[in-house]
Each structure stands twice: as C-alpha cells, then as structure tokens.
Design a binder for this molecule. Structure first.
Ligand code: 13P
Length: 257
C-alpha cells in the first residue's frame, strides 16, 4: 500500500563532477527504478542543477535538497529559497536533519517554519527526527521524537499530508556503523504513526511513509525494510556508491513484490 522510498542524503559530499559521475554510475546499473520503489537523491545545493540533468535519464529517481530557508527571498546570506528549489527541479527537501539541529542551531520552531514554507511552495518534505544516546538510555526517546514531530507539523493542513515523509534517525546510529535493531525501529515507527494519526486523519496517516536512517547498508537493509512500519530508508554513506545504493533499491523491490 505504501511504495518504498529509498533516499540518499549525500550531505557535504560530491561537487558537480562527482555528482555527475555518481549519477552516471547509477544510470549504468539502471535507467528505470522498479515499480514498487521510489528513489530520491539529495546532493549538496551547488550540485543540484548538474544532478537534474543526469536524472532526466533515470525514471523513478527524484531530486531533493538537504535544506531550505523559510523566507521568500531577501537579505539571508548563504541561504536558498523554496522557489529556487522549484526552479532547479527539486521535488523534495530534507528538513530538520540532526546535523542541522546540532551544528547550525535549528530549533523545532525553525524546522516548523521551513515545513510550512516548503509545503506552501509545493515541495515534498522529509522531516528528520531522532533521539540521542543519552535520551535513549534515559528512556526519553519516545517522548523526544513525539515532541519533534508534533512541533514540526504544527499548523500543517490535512490536505498536505500526502507531501509529508518522516525519517526516524537515531543520532547514535548516524555514521557510526551501529543501527537500531529491527525491533527498535519498528517500535519507534509504530509510535510515530500513532502520533501522525493525532495530527492527520487515520486514513492519511496510514499512507505517510516513515523512513529509517542510521547506518543502513545493503547487509542490514532487508531486516529493517521488512518491518511493517518501515517504508524505506534515508541513507548517508551507502548512498555515495552507485552499487550499494542500487543494491538497497533492489532489496526494497524484492520485498515489495
Ligand atoms: P549514515 O547512513 O551514513 O549513517 O547516515 C544516515 C543519515 O544521516 C541520513 O540522513
């Protein structure tokens, strides 16, 4: 019922030539993603235009940005607007990644402003949430994630539910090689869906995709994607190689058919 979404967050990797090379590498492996899987790549903003050109030759693989500002335009040195993303051909934008929250001071309030602006300008959004190791050890992880989602979705309208994707990324699993166990992921994803049911109607919440992120690799993707509320992955390191990224897409395809 929910198509898998396999998304690559390239973070601060791949300038124009490396972007073109990586996407051409994917194109050599496949020019059309399997029906049951939607793909997404999110290169750095400077490489989005180059990426858009190559992506025209890969069916089913969309383009996304890693961040956006919440104002239309103006004196915001270094920032990029939603309209700029529209113009360049972005369909998605990642919002509230833990690295943005930690290193760039993004608060729940800022994330919410970006969510509202992006939806207004017709971008699909991938809202990232997740707890620290300290919060998990203190058994505060569910509360933390619930609050992040409720804050991010404040004032979001029911009509925009179809444009929302949530990515659960436990901070302790990002770039560490340590993943949440399938049970830990499912437990959190199930709770996230119940939070979404409080924000939107149950019917809409059922359709929202909840991705897992944090050291997802070809060797652990199957057990995570098998969980009933895990609808895809937000992949960092393993999305930077054409073969590992397409391998995860193939795993999702096998599970969906
Ligand atoms: P890794 O897959 O490298 O752990 O990164 C996950 C992530 O932060 C994706 O947004």
């Amino acid at each position: 019922m929910r198509n898998f979404l396999i998304a690559g967050n390239w973070k601060m990797n791949c300038g124009i030539s490396a972007t073109t090379e990586l996407l051409n590498g994917i194109k050599e492996i496949t020019t059309s993603l399997p029906k049951g899987v939607d793909g997404l790549v999110c290169p750095p903003s400077i490489s989005l235009h180059a990426a858009a050109n190559v992506l025209q030759g890969i069916e089913g693989l969309s383009l996304g940005a890693q961040n956006v500002h919440f104002e239309d335009n103006g004196a915001y040195t270094g920032e990029i607007s939603t309209q700029m993303l529209n113009e360049i051909g972005c369909e998605y934008v990642i919002l509230g990644h833990s690295e943005r929250r930690e290193y760039f001071g993004e608060t729940d309030k800022i994330v919410n402003a970006k969510v509202l602006k992006s939806l207004d300008d017709d971008l699909k959004i991938v809202i990232c949430v997740g707890e620290s190791l300290k919060e998990r050890k203190a058994d505060e992880h569910k509360l933390r994630v619930r609050k992040q989602i409720q804050a991010a979705l404040t004032a979001v309208e029911e009509k925009d539910a179809a444009k929302v994707v949530i990515a659960y990324e436990p901070i302790w699993a990002i770039g560490t090689g340590e993943t949440a166990t399938p049970d830990q992921a499912q437990e959190m994803h199930k709770m996230i869906r119940s939070v979404l049911e409080g924000v939107f109607s149950q019917k809409k919440a059922e359709k929202i995709r909840i991705l897992y992120g944090g050291s997802m690799k070809p060797h652990n993707a199957e057990e995570l994607l098998q969980q009933p509320d895990v609808d895809g992955g937000l992949i960092g390191g393993a999305s930077l190689k054409a073969d590992s990224f397409t391998e995860i897409i193939d795993i999702a395809d096998q599970l969906s058919s």
